[in-house]
Design a protein around this ligand. Sequence first.
Ligand code: UDP
Length: 474
Amino acid sequence: MQEVTIRSRNPFRFSGLIGQERSDALTVTAAGEAVSKLEGRCVININSTAAGGGVAEMLHVLLGYVRAMGIDARWLVIDGNEPFFELTKRIHNHLYGGIGDGGPLGETQHRIYQAALEPDQHELAATAKPGDIVILHDPQTAGLAEHAKSLGCRVAWRCHVGIDAPNDHSRLGWDFLRPYLEPFVDHYVFTDARFPPSWISPEHCSIIWPSIDPFAPKNQDMSPETVEAILTHTGIITGRRGDTTFERVDGSPGRVERYCDIFRTGPSPAPDVPMLVQVSRWDVMKDMPGVMEAFATYVDSGRDAHLVLAGPVVSAVADDPEGGQVLQNCWNAWRELPHAIRHRVQLVCLPMYDLDENAAIVNALQRHAAIVAQKSIAEGFGLTVAEAMLKGTPVVASAVGGIVDQVIDGETGRLIYDPSDLHEFGTAVCEILDDEALRQRLGEGARQRALDVHLGDTHLERWLGVVNAVLEDR
Ligand code: UDP
């Protein structure tokens, strides 16, 4: 297991955005209560990757604030191995209601799962002390609950994935995980009230929406000149070169220096070409090929718009073995596009060597976009939606999972009720592209909603509430 270095973040910065009263509720009331109840115990978070995807994104931010509030929060990342991550990806896809790679979830898979986690158990024993709180994230770490419990820790399991209505696949996924969780977990956390299986009692379960950090490189204010300079430097558009600096998480200056790997024919678009952008991991559930097909079929004709599908360089996301295959499928679909359309579509792999730099590029893309898409087939929460909303960029997104908690259809973006309906998706995109006043109105509504309900203070308060609940449960 690796320990991730958590960079402390100043929670008092929120007051300028949310007002003193809301700020005090977090930094004085909620934090004070948690610190006194913890009495020096550690809160150990365990997940399966330190970079790439929503959970890693959220932990960097959340734990940075929590540490600054005087709580000894730690973050460990399990090692895993290839068969383990293949299996946990299968379980992940099942919990989203999909069949994944179609492989089995039987005795052999239990053995693979347990064997891969065994070394992590020993390492956990070296960190955790009796009374500490262990927060396990997602299916990859569920198998550590028994061991954490045997060390005398309180155990919470936070699940970031789920499906709105259970189906046979999701039930199979839950059948696999249940024996690792039910006897040992004190408290559960889900992102949506529809996600927990029926054997989890609501009393021992909290619902917490994830949040975004307005000061992080991913979301911090960025001038239009910097946006243009970053996207020009990385090769996504052809605009004016200039200053690509941003503020790093630790407050020091950073600069976008690396380039993106880009699949495109012809020159990059000019800055005034409207862009539809989807940023996500290369994951089947994000349906990147569906965005491409909808764009090619319903958006391209007669409009000088471009599509950017952006995700991390595939080697960088440790717990996501499917990434390379999904990118390959996108590339195959892109090569099949008629030439006239293909040159309006680019597949972009963002450098992941420096996470602050990666975040600054995502920030620039989400600000530059005329519309941000999140055409997921299923979604735990969908951080990219809140990120776009905070930047005042209208979103066209599937009405699945946590996305419906974020987008108010027609006020802060557009919801697509059938994620497989390419026509509905394409029509919504065209309506917004063709109507500047609508784009403006949806963008303003989106920003206000993100400020009201998707900032970290609300999330942190609830997280501290979970720490209290874990101490009290059972
Ligand atoms: N992300 C990123 N760089 C990338 C691709 C994605 O920083 O190259 C971030 C994205 O901005 C968001 C997170 O990864 O913060 C994805 O979270 P989301 O909830 O949308 O989906 P998940 O990956 O958790 O399924």
